[in-house]
Design a protein around this ligand. Structure first.
Ligand code: KMH
Ligand code: ZN
Length: 270
């Protein structure tokens, strides 16, 4: 089995400092949190930018600042979001891809997202995929519902997405696919042979689905974007604390954790 790739999803677009006082929001805070997660064992950092008021932004300039600050500290893989917040326009969302990061997320379908709708039309999925391909950015396919896997396979058939595809199953978003073990198994059985995958369990689904992924040969995403608690009723202290728990569990199970360079090899990054 390959070594385990741990992604730290540090900030997200929805969580606030009121909900999680240690949420990293400024570029300096995000870079510091990324470095702490790197030291704890993460090899990818999934980044959402915030503006000076702490609101989600897809600004090229803010992502550039964050990327440069992280890269000055360590060689963790920087994976900006192209999902942004539900109210960002597709043009806004695509901006961080122009920085030519090694990876970026690519949501492959529309779903409810709490009280909102996370809109990803075929037209824009294809535009995002085409631009990522032009710039040599490896997409991580965000899957919130089963049909989104088929949309990714369609991108492959149209020549807009290279294989092997890397999927991220985001399970437990209110309004989209729940985060049960059965749901994860169904997703894992539905992807083309040779694909790589990770799981981001939302809220209380985070740790159980992570354990499944470690055993099944998948990979794990944790962090405040997905879950702000360490256990029921107890806030997590930091993103790195959530990463450290996964490292511990993985070692106990006998699966080693990948460094960023080992993750680059496993994912075929250039
Ligand atoms: N904030 C969500 C609406 C991604 O980063 O690619 C979308 C999201 C997905 O977080
Ligand atoms: Zn995200």
């Amino acid at each position: 089995m390959e070594k385990l790739i741990i992604t730290a999803a540090l900030t997200g677009a929805e969580v606030t400092k009121v909900q999680q006082p240690n949420l990293p929001v400024s570029p300096d805070e995000i870079a510091e949190a990324a470095y702490a997660c790197y030291k704890a064992g993460a090899s990818i950092v999934h980044v959402h930018a915030r503006d000076a008021e702490g609101n989600p932004t897809q600004s090229y300039e803010v992502y550039k600042e964050i990327k440069e600050k992280i890269e000055a500290k360590c060689n963790i893989i920087v994976q900006p979001s192209t999902g942004g917040a539900t109210w960002h326009t597709p043009e806004e969302r695509l901006q961080p891809v122009e920085l030519k990061p090694e990876m970026a997320t690519l949501s492959c379908g529309t779903c409810n997202f709490g009280p909102e709708v996370f809109m990803n039309s075929e037209e824009y999925i294809e535009k995002f995929a085409a631009r990522m391909k032009e710039l040599g950015v490896k997409p991580e396919i965000e899957v919130f519902e089963r049909g989104m896997i088929e949309n990714a396979i369609r991108l492959v058939k149209k020549g807009l997405l290279d294989t092997p595809v890397h999927f991220d199953f985001v399970l437990g978003v209110p309004g989209a696919c729940p985060g049960t073990p059965e749901d994860l198994m169904h997703m894992v059985r539905s992807i083309p042979a040779g694909s790589t995958w990770t799981v981001a369990g939302i809220g209380r689904a985070e740790t159980p689905l992570a354990v499944m992924a470690i055993v099944l040969g998948g990979n794990v995403r944790v962090g405040f974007e997905d879950n702000v608690y360490y256990e029921k009723g107890v806030m997590a202290e930091s993103n790195a604390q959530l990463v450290a728990r996964i490292v511990r569990i993985s070692k106990e199970i006998g699966r080693e954790v990948a460094t960023p360079d080992e993750a680059r090899k496993i994912l075929g990054l250039k």
